[in-house]
Design a protein around this ligand. Structure first.
Ligand code: SF4
Length: 255
C-alpha cells in the first residue's frame, strides 16, 4: 500500500505524528529511524559498485532462487499469485494443492464454479472476493485470450484481481521477463539498503530497474523478497546472518 503523502506545511509547528516507515508503509516509523525515502541520505544514489556487490553476494548465497508459491502451469501460477494478496505463500499452497488437482485450466475452474472455489480457498483471507475474481478471470481468459495467459503487463492487468505486482510475478516466473514485483519485503529491503529508496512500490520498482546490473535482473526480485522475508525482517532483522551487513547503512541495522 503506498505510504501517505506528508501534509503541506502551513507555517505552523508540525503535529507530533510520526511519518510512515520506509520499511513498512502501513506502520509508523520507529523513532530511531533517521533516514527514509524522503531524506537527503536516501536521495543520494548508491555507488554502482556497491549495488553490484550486494547482488553478487545474494547470487552467491542462492544462485537459483525460486518463488515459494506452488503451481503446475502459467494459469495456476496466476491464480496462486492472485490468491496470495495479503496472505502467506504457505497458507495459499495449503489451499491450492487440492484446488489445482481438480482445476488447473480456466475451463475446469469455470466448471467448478464460484461456490466450490470458495470452499477450497476459505482458509485464505478475503476468500469470497478472491473466489469471485478467480472465476471472472477464468471467464475472461477463455473469452479474450483463447485460454492462454497473456504475456504483456497491460493485458494481465486488465484481468479481474490482477494488479501490477501480480502481473510482474507472472511475467517473471512464467515467461522469464526481467520484471521486479515489489511486495512488502522487497519494499522494506530496497529502502533499508538504499538500493532504490521510494515512498511507493512503483517508485521502488522503477528505481530498481535503473540500478540492478543486467546480469542480475532475472532473479533480482526473488533475491530481495527472500532476503527481506527471512533475514531483513520488519521487526528485529537478523543482521548477524546478513551477507550484505557490512554494506548496509540502515538505522534499523542491529549490529
Ligand atoms: S544488515 Fe540488517 S538491516 Fe541491513 S540489510 Fe542486512 S538484515 Fe537488513
Amino acid at each position: 500500500m503506498p505510504a501517505k503523502q506528508p501534509a503541506k506545511s502551513s507555517g505552523k509547528p508540525a503535529p507530533k505524528r510520526r511519518a510512515a516507515s520506509a520499511a513498512n508503509p502501513r506502520k509508523p516509523a520507529a523513532k530511531k529511524v533517521r533516514s527514509g525515502p524522503g531524506s537527503k541520505r536516501a536521495g543520494k544514489p548508491l555507488d554502482p559498485k556497491i549495488v553490484h556487490e550486494i547482488f553478487q553476494r545474494l547470487h552467491d548465497a542462492n544462485p537459483e532462487p525460486k518463488g515459494e508459491l506452488e503451481y503446475v502451469n502459467p494459469f495456476t501460477l496466476l491464480v496462486a499469485v492472485v490468491l496470495s494478496a495479503q496472505a502467506t505463500d504457505t497458507g495459499v499452497n495449503k489451499a491450492t494443492r487440492a484446488l489445482f488437482k481438480v482445476a488447473d485450466t480456466p475451463e475446469k475452474m469455470l466448471a467448478l464454479g464460484e461456490e466450490r472455489v470458495r470452499d477450497y480457498i476459505k482458509t485464505i483471507g478475503l476468500y469470497r472476493n478472491k473466489a469471485k475474481n478467480v472465476i471472472a478471470l477464468s471467464e475472461q481468459l477463455i473469452a479474450r485470450f483463447g485460454s492462454e495467459i497473456p504475456k504483456t503487463r497491460e493485458e494481465l492487468e486488465s484481468l479481474p484481481g490482477v494488479g501490477r505486482k501480480t502481473a510482474n510475478v507472472v511475467l517473471n516466473i512464467a515467461f522469464g521477463q526481467e520484471t521486479i514485483a515489489v511486495d512488502t519485503h522487497l519494499f522494506r529491503l530496497a529502502n533499508r539498503l538504499r538500493l532504490a529508496p521510494g515512498k511507493t512500490p512503483l517508485e521502488v520498482e522503477l528505481g530498481l530497474e535503473k540500478v540492478v546490473p543486467k546480469e542480475f535482473r532475472q532473479h533480482a526480485h526473488h533475491w530481495l523478497i527472500l532476503h527481506g522475508r527471512y533475514i531483513c525482517k520488519a521487526i528485529r532483522p537478523e543482521c548477524e546472518k546478513c551477507v550484505v551487513a557490512d554494506l548496509c547503512t540502515s538505522p534499523d541495522k542491529r549490529i
